[in-house]
Design a protein around this ligand. Structure first.
Ligand SMILES: *[C@@H]1O[C@H](CO)[C@@H](O)[C@H](O)[C@H]1NC(C)=O
Ligand SMILES: *[C@@H]1O[C@H](CO)[C@@H](O)[C@H](O)[C@H]1NC(C)=O
Length: 395
């Protein structure tokens, strides 16, 4: 009799256990409730309509479970044009212990990213872009050892990028562009880091030669206040397919080797780079912008295969190589901006027909223009540089 009761109790417990397995872990249930309470649909969004806590939360829009645990949370209607969510991110987010992916669609989320997010130890993907997140990036994100993608772009984040982010061993995409981040670039240790986009922040200081791994394919640091030379850094990054360092205060020379990297767009404009531009071989990068720097010396004919070449507002001297003229007349060059340099000539017949699809600008050099060319307004109306400046330059 006694043992029969025991078996019955055991069976009951077993059944209960199976029952619990089928629905969500109570800790995750409570966390989702708290998260829901801190957020709302923006007018015009009805993402939370399906969030009825009398049903199993694993069936809610944007909630994905593995067994009784939430593993993915995609908050907000991902369809284009959705106005997104408003409110704040509840610290209870960290209670979702099996969470691997958290994303929130563009909207009006305010406040800071809670520190507790570091308790979701399995997080690999964290993307909350185009909201109004403010405050600092929690240094505790560095505890998320499996984090691969961190995208907090287009927010109002302040403070510096915590060094702990640079120590994340699995980091592959870091996208923090369009914030108000200051301080210097941390050292990155992940050997699988492929993408860094930090453009439009307030970063300062020099970049240490070893702070970026050779695995990088996409690097944009545009529109910051970064300083110092980058030649040693660039030499290591020979897998780059996109490089934008424009609108900073970088100095020093550019190694000719970078022109042989598999880059499709090279943007170095508006810095204080100087020295000669000397590719080792024919350059096949479609767009190269070196404008508004202090580059000098003669223009290399090896650049004449570039389709859009911006060399304007530098200190280039000598004749424009004849290979440029040939390629221009063959419509192989779309943009050739050479204005505001110290160039002394170009071999082009005054009768030459420059294709309408090509833009050539030669204003404000040390030559009388052989042809009329439509320049951008910014090039000014003065066609030739004052002779005195040209003579001074030649010493
Ligand atoms: C950068 O800092 C300056 C002064 O501290 C500030 O005026 C400016 O708005 C900041 N820019 C960004 C993008 O945060
Ligand atoms: C960064 O900005 C914060 C204010 O957001 C300021 O307190 C701090 O001094 C700045 N740090 C640097 C290195 O400029």
């Amino acid at each position: 009799m006694k043992s029969a009761t025991l078996i019955w109790v055991l069976l009951l417990l077993l059944r209960f256990r199976l029952f619990v397995d089928a629905i969500i872990d109570p800790v995750d249930f409570l966390a989702l409730q708290a998260i829901r309470k801190s957020l709302d649909d923006s007018p015009g969004s009805n993402f939370f309509d399906s969030w009825d806590f009398t049903a199993d939360p694993c069936s809610f829009a944007g909630v994905y479970c593995d067994g009784d645990k939430v593993i993915t949370l995609n908050l907000g209607d991902p369809r284009a044009g959705s106005p997104g969510l408003s409110g704040r991110i509840n610290p209870a987010i960290g209670k979702l212990s099996a969470l691997t992916e958290l994303s929130i669609v563009p909207g009006r989320i305010m406040g800071s990213l809670p520190n507790t997010i570091s308790h979701s130890k399995n997080l690999r993907f964290l993307a909350i872009s185009r909201n109004f997140l403010s405050g600092e990036i929690p240094a505790s994100l560095g505890e998320l050892r499996g984090l691969k993608t961190l995208d907090l772009s287009y927010n109002q984040l302040t403070g510096s990028i915590p060094p702990s982010i640079g120590s994340l061993p699995e980091l592959s995409n870091l996208i923090l562009c369009h914030n108000h981040l200051n301080g210097s670039l941390p050292q990155f240790f992940s050997q699988t880091l492929t993408r860094i986009d930090l453009r439009r922040n307030n970063l300062t200081g020099a970049i240490s030669p070893t702070s970026l791994p050779p695995s990088l394919q996409y690097l944009s640091l545009s529109w910051n206040k970064l300083t110092g030379p980058v030649n040693r850094i660039l030499l290591r990054l020979n897998q780059l397919s996109y490089l934008d360092l424009s609108l900073n205060r970088f100095t020093g020379a550019i190694p000719g080797q970078i022109f042989a990297f598999p880059i499709t767009s090279l943007q170095l404009q508006r810095n204080f780079f100087y020295g000669a531009v000397q590719p080792a071989n024919e350059v096949t990068i479609p767009t190269v912008d070196l404008s508004y720097n202090r580059f000098s010396g003669e223009i290399s004919p090896l650049l004449s295969n570039v389709q859009n070449l911006y060399l304007n507002n530098n200190r280039f001297t000598g004749q424009v190589p004849v290979s440029f003229v040939d390629r221009l007349l063959a419509s192989d060059i779309q943009t050739l901006y050479l204005q505001h340099n110290f160039l002394t000539g170009i071999q082009i017949s005054p009768a030459a027909d420059i294709p309408v699809s090509s833009s050539l600008c030669l204003h404000y050099n040390c030559m009388v223009l052989p042809v009329e060319t439509p320049c951008p307004v910014k090039a000014g109306s003065q066609k030739t540089r004052p002779t005195m400046q040209c003579n001074e330059w030649r010493g």
